[in-house]
Design a binder for this molecule. Sequence first.
Ligand code: F6R
Length: 580
Amino acid sequence: MCGLIGIIGKGLDMRKELIEGLEKLEYRGYDSAGIGYVENGQPVTQKTVGQVARLKEKLSSPIKAEMAIAHTRWATNGGVSLENCHPHISEGKTWMIVHNGIIENADELRAELEEKGVHFYGQTDTEVVANLLERTKFVDPIDSIREVLKKIKGSYAIVAINKNYLDRLFIIKNKSPLYFSYDEGSVRVASDTSVFSGKNFISLNDGEFGEINLNNFKLFNKNGKINKKETKLEKTEINRKNNSNYYMIDEIHETIDVFKRINCEYKDLKIFNKFDKLGAFDEIKLIGCGTAYHSCLIGKKYLEEAAMKEINCYIASEFNAEPPKLNKNMLCIFVSQSGETADTLLAVEKARAAGAKTLAITNVPYSTISKKCKAYLPICAGREVGVASTKAYSAQVVIFYMLACHIKGVAPSLKGLISGFKFPDEEKIRELAKKLIKKRELFLIGRGEDYRNMLEAGLKIREISLVNAVALPAGELKHGTLALIDEDAIAIVLQTSQKGMEKVKNTINEISSRGGKVVFVSQFDPPCEVYDSLKLCQVPQKFMPLSSVVTFQLLAFYMTLEKNLNPDKPRNLAKSVTVE
Ligand code: F6R
């Protein structure tokens, strides 16, 4: 949620560095973008509403500064406007800051400051922090930060410039990721390691703050000065195989490589060492948000067969709203591509507090969720930039399968999946997409596992193509929703097992006899006449959800292109939701 970056470096092309950094972070928010630096002793900002590309156009002349900060925003506190665009400068112009997260008590603090005569330009909580820093009047900025930390509540990753200390950046972190990395003659701090080019990076923990300069850094927590170890930076270059314009399509096409990577990485059974150390458990709960939650709905079946226990899945925010009974004999598995999702993180904290065993399944080994859980399994998906999660979903499902094999005591292998997996006919999908975008709503119908997979198909179509695609269990149609079916309705029916063929014929007839059109999606031929059909590739039955989900990811992608929308940057959304 929001991307931020701070850079110190001599002889850098600061304009280029900041824009390139923001472009890499833009998947975290694209409501507005801005940069800030000090020129002739005064803080200067340049900002635009909208995407980084607009800011790039605006910054025509080089930036003559050896230190600068920048931000790309996903609006939370305060609307999408120039006044609310970061960086924010304190009224007395001593502090300039960029911030990710939410200061929960900002309204109270703002009112106190206003009473003291502070004038605010926008509505953000960030401007409140800048003014709190200014008002402390300590000589040492670190003392000011320490003082402000006593007042603010909530989540924050902050990078700040104090105009009286032009050789250093000030950094503060709580419940929102923040890292820094040294490279030849420069240091960068950012909310994401993708902007780093050095060999190592340092990750801040909650409650830590300090200052960094070109040669050194000083970090503190509430107990005093702390030391930090560096982590090796894994290169996360994106595979732009097809030279396409969108990350999403490249990421879908990477799915097969991800399967191969998992197959290879999970040959080393040491990967399960920490999981094995968790010890015995008598219940399993699976927790995630959005797409990650949907992967739990598929993974549940593998684990139920392996552990011979019924397993419940929870949407993390619901788990937090009405926590189930938890105890030390339970295994709670938290699934998250980013490893930073605030709702999932809160659920981890609840499970830990109850003494439950915790396992993280994430794409980022050094993420907060990976670190907070006792054991960790990587999904090996490689960096995912498109806001709509695609290859990560497939990877999460496969990791559940690998874990289930491990629990059963059989060597995990993805042989049948890798050899049988083929991408569907994309021209055919595109033709269908052209017809579907004419509709405001779509009914996505399946039974059992097919229904659960339709939940993910629906999310994908809704979030990027803005068509209201709603998943329904086939048997439920006649219990209410059939009332909506008329000549204008289109339903997509997914059927991936031979077993339910008779029943699916009834479902198709229920829709067709009311004039509705049916698109049949299966590895089999339609059992009766339908409006259209899509053929799935045949993989072993247990992996069919992977064959079907990729088809729906492609359908969502082409529907979005046909509507002239950007699939990588869906309206109102951002990747990595680090606010509750
Ligand atoms: C949808 C999507 C979201 C995420 C959700 C959880 O395409 O990507 O629904 O799955 O925000 O994010 P992570 O997996 O990072 O916890």
